[in-house]
Write a protein that binds this ligand. Sequence first.
Ligand SMILES: *Cc1c(COP(=O)(O)O)cnc(C)c1O
Length: 232
Amino acid sequence: MQTRPLIEALTDVRARIASAAGRGNRDPNAVTLVTVTKGHPPSAIEAALEAGLRDLGENRLGELQERVKQFPSGDIRWHMVGRLQRRKAPAVRGVAHLLHSLDSLKLAERLERTADPGEPPVRALIQVNVTGERAKTGFAPEELDEDMERLLELGTLRLEGLMTMAPFTEDEGVLRRTFRTLRQLNDSLRARFPEYLGEELSMGMSNDFEIAVEEGSTMVRIGTALLGERPE
Ligand SMILES: *Cc1c(COP(=O)(O)O)cnc(C)c1O
């Protein structure tokens, strides 16, 4: 439920991004705010659009497809941030501006196989399971070097960077290490693979985005801190 007007929450979140950027010696404008609207009614999206937000995120493909139908405006950039089932993967084309959750070689290969000739590449971030949590999907950091060679052969993917979800904890040290590891991993991939773009680091959610911004995030994915708790 919306607990306070979005405009107020947005002002607060933007101020916190700006101070975190300052602490990390970074330009706050280098951080894209993705508003995660999953589970919220269409009125929340209307409010977000009214507040000038244009980067919106969903974590389920079906919901994303619904949203795109409901809000067909070409100036909304829809981000797919949740797990994409291989079977349904091809449908992400044409609805998502950016796939944040490319989490396996099999998914990447499925996207490659199902591409029609001449189709624009799928813009994607490689999801990394930095802390190796069993409940999370994503590439293992120690295997990414090898997997990257294969990923870069897939001409229908445009790999723009990395994404991670930090463990659910309030331990700042753990959060900081997770985000820092992702950034370092990205730096080393960029150094090793000149053809890898690697400009984006999608990291940081409502409970940890300030640390993520201090550590180099270029995209924060925020739901609750902007829109309130998701309705049951
Ligand atoms: C739900 C979700 C978010 C936003 O979570 P909040 O804690 O509400 O900010 C970010 N990223 C992913 C992948 C999500 O599923």
